[in-house]
Design a protein around this ligand. Sequence first.
Ligand code: UDP
Ligand code: MG
Length: 321
Amino acid sequence: MNNTLYIVVPCYNEEAVLPETARRLGEKLTSLTAAGKISDKSRVLFVNDGSKDGTWSIISGLHQSDSRFSGVDLSRNQGHQNALLAGLMTGKDRADMVISMDADLQDDIDAVDAMVDKYHEGCDIVYGVRSAREKDTFFKRVTAEGFYRFMSFLGAETVFNHADYRLMSRRALEGLAQFKEVNLFLRGIVPMIGYTTGYVSYERGERFAGESKYPLKKMLSFALEGITSLSTKPIRYITLLGFLVFLVSIAMLIYSIVRWAMGETILGWASLICSVWAIGGLILLSLGVIGEYIGKIYLETKARPRFLIREVLEERDEEAL
Ligand code: UDP
Ligand code: MG
């Protein structure tokens, strides 16, 4: 049976939570293995993202005491998304399904059972979606939900209220491996992979120890990263703005001709005001057009896969096999 599960957990200065996290995830593996849902080769894979505290020595200790815990140590701090990718790509060659989650277990680990069930029902990607955010502070909730709305407004399609808690099959991970972009925003890329998807909703809890590694400043730059790496819509808004200003210039033209005919203008006003608006509009419009091409170049340089194949139906040549 193809049912080896890897649980990938990126860790940055997480010594306060790791022992408890490992204990709970170990229990989860035990119960899933006992239920026959995953193989006994399943592992918890901790990715140490260049932590400055004792995170890596805790991970090595865990590995020594129980071989179901393994670890990857990055050469330096690369940020959450890259650490996650490192874990996913390590899991890809060793597991049939990989679940990624945060070290602080804010995302209810009991949703893992439902995710594995969905995998067995044939899903390649299962998103964990937060049903309620009562345990988050008001500020975190408002900024986080505003973030999803703003992103989709600017053309970066993501799954609402889904962070990086998800299951991916090996096939989906192989698809992900073909996205070579350096500006990584996994939440936007994973939906582009396609295949059969499922959703599991859960309640988000509190961080049980340590503090958030995502202060507002990091969250803003994360949002900006998401928008600029997924969408070229902002460029289109410049074009639109240019067009609007140009329309205003036509209205101004009519208005100033009327004023001039009524003899209410000083010499030179009409021509001046019209050219200010018209030239401003034309400049914005031209910038937008140039931007459109730059946007195209930008997307081309990412060299994303143009398609992924789910299945091919054909006769097999038995002898060639
Ligand atoms: N993280 C990481 N590298 C970083 C920052 C964070 O690997 O540079 C990890 C962190 O250890 C945790 C996850 O990313 O497992 C999410 O961070 P956190 O829980 O602090 O974010 P929040 O839940 O507050 O958004
Ligand atoms: Mg957290």
